[in-house]
Write a protein that binds this ligand. Structure first.
Ligand code: GUN
Ligand code: ZN
Length: 436
């Protein structure tokens, strides 16, 4: 037996979709999490478990322990363009985003931003993510190298965009060669996985979309990551170019890009046919409510997606998203649902930000529920992090506290972030820097 260590505190996780399972919420008011070599070997009430682990050193964590958040859609090269004013999607890309991404041809720049990006994820309690880099091969190396050093569970892959703007364009051949060599270099290394990443239908030629399908078929372990039906003008441009396709999703389907390994960001403008096809294929939607509000894209239709059985997770979509915080994003998802007169229960919102997203990334056996056998990635939340939160949460139920943190909370609420049983971020540490 390896060295055991235990963590004591209030523990909450939602390992099933509460819409489907009545007993989805796992909760211990005074719980114990026992970890061996980064993996959870026991979880339960402290009173029950403590006698069985009497010799194991216990760290008491004052706060609510939840699984590390899983961000199912985020762009690391856009972090320094967050809060760029004034445009909807297509103009925002041209004016703010493409110029910023051009700078990632420089590997030193990519390295610097990748480090800052991962630090920001950890500060916000995000331990896993599916990440857009740029078209540049070096941008992927920079991110994977930094994530490997931090032992983070991350998926990414070179952006394919042979119809992109000057300076951000690849070709079918460079896309093939670079993707193959990145997969050989990184897929399955440490806790990393690879995602074939055509930016969206409009920035790839038919030949490149076909290549993406070929690559996906040739590598059964990789994901497919792209954008779908986010913005009305985008949808109109897709319909105008792909006149043979039934709809936006069918464009991807025709190139073999729709399967249970596919993660589509947004899906604001989904038809019944698209929703049905998504559900039937097992493909998932990364819902990105703060981005959808920021770019004026619209509100995700949770009721329709749920009625059709579409697999859902949550993403920040920084830099269109306005916060790295998956807590804040849960609150935004609630507000997006309510805008359509639908309800999002706080436990379901937590499910979407953890196990829901983990299912999209095919890592739900590894993270997301603090279950025995899973990796010990977790966050310690402080429901008294601000004076207002402290007042709102005093004497409140678990559901009320969780909801208050989703609506009022962000990185201020994240006291600590732990990766495989090692402390990776501690807000109160003297230096304010990474601990461990
Ligand atoms: N669609 C194509 N590229 C992008 C991007 O960078 N951000 C968002 N939100 N949508 C996109
Ligand atoms: Zn995006």
């Amino acid at each position: 037996m390896g060295k055991l260590r235990a963590f004591r505190g209030e523990i909450l996780s939602v390992g099933e979709d509460p819409l489907q399972a009545g007993d989805a919420v796992e909760y211990q008011a005074d719980g114990l999490l026992v970890v061996e070599q980064g993996v959870i070997v026991a979880r339960g009430d402290h009173a029950d478990l403590a006698p069985h682990f009497a010799d194991v050193p216990v760290t008491s964590l004052g706060g609510l322990i939840v699984p590390g958040f899983v961000d199912a859609h985020i762009h690391y090269p856009q972090m320094d363009r967050i809060a760029s004013h004034g445009e909807q999607l297509l103009d925002w890309l041209e004016r703010h985003i493409f110029p910023a991404e051009t700078a990632f041809a420089d590997r030193d720049h990519a390295d610097e931003v990748a480090q800052a990006f991962l630090a920001e994820l950890l500060r916000h309690g995000t331990t896993s993510a599916l990440v857009f880099p740029t078209v540049h091969e070096g941008s992927v190396d920079a991110l994977f190298q930094a994530a490997l050093a931090r032992n983070m569970r991350l998926a990414s892959g070179k952006v394919l965009m042979d119809l992109g703007p000057e300076g951000l364009r690849d070709t079918v051949e460079t896309a093939r060669a670079q993707t193959e060599s990145l997969i050989a270099r990184w897929a399955g290394r440490g806790r990393l996985s690879y995602a074939i990443t055509p930016r969206f239908a409009l920035t790839s030629s038919d030949e490149q979309l076909a290549l993406a399908g070929e690559l996906l078929a040739a590598h059964p372990e990789v994901l497919l990551h792209t954008h779908l039906a986010e913005n009305r003008h985008e949808c109109a441009a897709v319909a105008a170019r792909f006149t043979q396709a039934a709809d936006y999703l069918d464009v991807y389907d025709r190139f073999g890009l729709v399967s249970d390994r596919s993660v589509f960001a947004h899906g604001i403008h989904l038809s019944e046919r698209m929703g049905t096809r998504l559900a039937q294929s097992g493909a998932g939607i990364a819902v990105c409510p703060s981005s959808n509000l920021f770019l004026g894209s619209g509100f995700f239709h949770f009721g329709e997606a749920d009625r059709l059985g579409v697999k859902l997770g949550l993403g920040t979509d920084v830099g269109a998203g306005t916060s790295f915080s998956m807590l804040y994003t849960q609150g935004q998802a609630y507000q997006a649902a309510l805008a359509r007169e639908e309800r999002l229960d706080p436990f379901r919102a937590l499910y979407l930000a953890t196990t829901g997203s983990a299912r999209l990334l095919h890592i739900a056996d590894k993270v997301g529920a603090l279950a025995v056998g899973q990796e010990a990635d977790f966050v310690v939340l402080d429901s008294a992090a601000t004076p207002l939160l402290a007042r709102r949460c005093a004497g409140a139920s678990l559901a009320e506290r969780l909801f208050a943190m989703q609506i009022l909370g962000d990185d201020r609420v994240v006291r600590q972030t732990w990766i495989m049983g090692e402390c990776a971020w501690d807000k109160d540490s003297a230096k304010g820097a990474n601990c461990g």
